[in-house]
Design a protein around this ligand. Structure first.
Ligand code: NAP
Length: 288
């Protein structure tokens, strides 16, 4: 895969929406896309944090343009919030070219909340924005920010084999995967269930997200709907998600490095990957 600067197909009329853009990797993706001259809609679940982030972005880019770097409230766990964003996007821009599903959490009061954010949140936002994706010659893009903690080889239950054939995965199966995992957590049998147990709940949400990326990539295609769907792993990066902490053995990425593959997926010329999982930094399609 080419790693050189992509042929520029976008302009300020190209609209990119990023979830969870008020800090961390989402903020960095918003920053780099805005720097490349796209119109960026940075969304956040907190009006205060979101507006402050967008102010900082505008200041850094030296623009006062409210539309070039726009803010909109978005809580990915709320149907109403997602619907309000979709309606505003339709009215304000008429459509969307790039959706980056970045928002995620690693801990919450319940396991359900983590799935509701990291998996159902992505589905909620994607389903609302899909009808707004513009069939441009370069193709619209859906980019899911995932983690290598969600690759199948980390499981040792039936999903490890069954989901290897990614064309067979369905949304019902993913729901079943989640229900089975949550059920085993509740009845205390999860330890022998073959689940990913490192950062347990978070990692299993990313298994589900990867599976959904495959499902979505069958539903919409570059050839017909003119949409590319992929996910990528930004790699370990010290952010709020991990309390800015890491293992001493693990080399942390800078935010720029973490965002790199996402930016490449957003801006690659016509004919890039579709329905794939890409690893950080090397634009490499990896096994998931
Ligand atoms: N950091 C890593 O090492 C690493 C590694 C692999 C993958 N990733 C992935 O990278 C992505 C970004 O994570 P990060 O490390 O940049 O973490 P982060 O700094 O904690 O950023 C996460 C963002 O998601 C937002 N968010 C959480 N719940 C939300 C909700 N219900 N609705 C809308 N936004 C919500 C957060 O908002 P608040 O500020 O309001 O909390 C924040 O803006 C995630 O998908 C994560 O899984 C990270």
């Amino acid at each position: 895969m080419a790693t050189s600067t992509p042929t520029k197909w976008w302009s300020k009329d190209t609209v990119a929406v990023i979830t969870g853009a008020n800090q961390g990797i989402g903020y960095e993706i918003a920053r780099q896309l805005a720097q490349n001259g796209l119109t960026v809609v940075a969304t956040a679940r907190s009006e205060e944090r979101g507006k402050a982030a967008v102010e900082a972005l505008r200041k850094e880019l030296g623009t006062e343009d409210q539309e070039l770097v726009a803010f909109h409230l978005l809580d990915v766990t709320s149907d109403e919030s997602v619907a309000a964003l979709a309606q505003w996007l339709r009215q304000t821009f008429g459509g969307v070219d790039i959706l980056v599903n970045n928002a995620a959490i690693s801990r919450a009061e319940t396991e359900e909340k983590i799935f509701d954010t990291n998996y159902y949140g992505v589905k909620r936002v994607t389903k609302a924005i899909l009808p707004l994706l513009r069939p441009s010659p370069a193709g619209a893009r859906v980019i899911n920010v995932t983690s290598d903690l969600g690759v199948l080889k980390r499981l040792s239950n039936k999903y490890r084999d069954e989901w290897k054939d990614r064309d067979q995965i369905t949304e019902d199966q993913i729901d079943h995967f989640i229900q089975q995992y949550l059920g085993e957590l509740k009845d205390g049998t999860w330890k022998s269930g073959g689940w990913q147990d490192m950062i347990r709940d978070y990692s299993n949400t990313k298994v589900a997200l990867n599976a959904y990326t495959s499902v979505l990539a069958r539903e919409v295609r570059p050839e017909t709907e003119k949409v590319y769907v992929n996910c990528f792993n930004p790699g370990f990066t010290k952010t709020n998600l991990n309390d800015y902490q890491g293992l001493s053995t693990l080399q942390a990425n800078t935010l720029q490095e973490a965002a790199m593959t996402g930016i490449w997926l957003a801006l690659h010329p016509v004919g890039g990957p579709h329905g794939k999982y890409l690893e950080q930094k090397n634009w490499g399609i990896a096994e998931w």
